[in-house]
Design a protein around this ligand. Sequence first.
Ligand SMILES: Cc1ncc(COP(=O)(O)O)c(C=O)c1O
Length: 412
Amino acid sequence: MTATPLPVRQAEARHAHNAAARPTLTPEVEALLTEAEHQAARREITSWPGYAPTPVVGLRGVAAAAGVAEVLYKDEAHRFGLGSFKALGGAYAVLRLLKDILAAEGHGDVSAQDLIAGRLRDRVARETVVCATDGNHGRSVAWGARMFGCACRIYIHENVSEDREAAIAAYGATMVRLPGDYDASVRAAARDAEANGWHLVADTNAGGGSDRVPNLVMQGYTLIVDELIDQLPEPPTHVFVPAGVGGLAAAIAGRWAVRAGAERPRIVVVEPLVADCVFRALRDGVPRPVEGDVNSFMACLSAGEVSPAAWPILKAVADDAVAIPDGLARETMRRLAHGAWGDAPLVSGESGCAAVAALLAAGADDALREALDLGREARVVCIGSEGATAPDLWAEATGLRPQDVTGEKTPA
Ligand SMILES: Cc1ncc(COP(=O)(O)O)c(C=O)c1O
């Protein structure tokens, strides 16, 4: 079995172990990701039109190339037709905010179904939700706002691609494009929400504010773990999960600890080398903002600050971080699209392929394999967090159109 050579020097992938990680569930994680909140998220989200668990795809060729027993790719390209796992988080937080407002006004426990059916339509239309985004979170918030009937403003920074902007605007959101990077747009959205009485639906509270909304967003993401546990014939030994501000990784790591306790898999957080805020925080035991340009090819992972709402969970139950070069992600995305390892061609976006890219880097590096305890018998889940959410960019990087791969009329 010969591993397909990687296009990027292995030495460029970096590893950090989290010395503070606990093998089992901690009281802190249990308090932040409660069963009651998970069940509330599950009840609402599974009632939305079009809900279905996203597929798990076996990648035998990638497993052979990485030198592990099994690679299972959780394909979030199919989440509610939005193209990424983010559909679970922002839209759910929008719903919970509206439910809180209506309950406080004496309307009782208004459900997603009530709002979708137009109950209290005029009242809900007077509320505005706002957030900053690299693309996918804003798409989720805008989709949620349209589904539940409130107004929406989405802040994007100068590097967000035009096709991502258009996809969000298609849900009727007012778009605000600003100079600077993601972290600057987070701060601008928080400031304007405060000044105008709008509701900030952020996936991070790095720009200020309480943990509540980012925590609701993470609760939405925890559904992925429950789907996986139902879908997998055997528990995995490792889960590779990409991180921007760390909300997805915290939800996956935390919920798995809640569900499996000491039997939980080893959690490996994947980031771009240029935006390695979670990597540094796990290595140093304390989060600090990454200075300088954090823009990565893995566009949705281009964040320089760990979400304070996610950090206590990551610190407790995220075992390792691997930071990878942009070139490795680009080449992995291209090869997955072409089925280069002998698997069926896969539409995996710039950030969606990061987990597979890091696994391949680890598989090709004996020291890294050993550090991650990644033996030949390892069963690895890769969270494929998005499909071609920027279809033009995906086509340019792969030489294919998403629909050539999926056979669908609209991009996966
Ligand atoms: C496709 C994709 N993958 C991964 C992430 C990382 O999630 P988080 O920022 O919660 O760490 C994002 C965030 O926007 C994303 O859009």
